[in-house]
Design a protein. Sequence first.
Length: 93
Amino acid sequence: FNAPEDLPPKLLHAFDFVLVDPPFITHDVWAKYATTAKLLLREGGRLLCTTIAENAPMMQEVLGLSPAMFRPSIPNLVYQYSLYANYASPRLD
């Protein structure tokens, strides 16, 4: 977490899909996770993230993502989560 660029060389740009669901939803945390996700993804790779709807502007800022229409239902959480993706999917809209 504190060294988002400290990855083994064999993992750089090695993934077609990265799912990001950090334990905290602050800007500082998301900026670090965004850095790592970008380093892990191959060119054209798919990125799917979860965070609260209130973080939509931040998700646009750090990863260029907008919320999908689909929202998972998690009844006992105070905050409900939204999904953010860099690809189109009929299942998310």
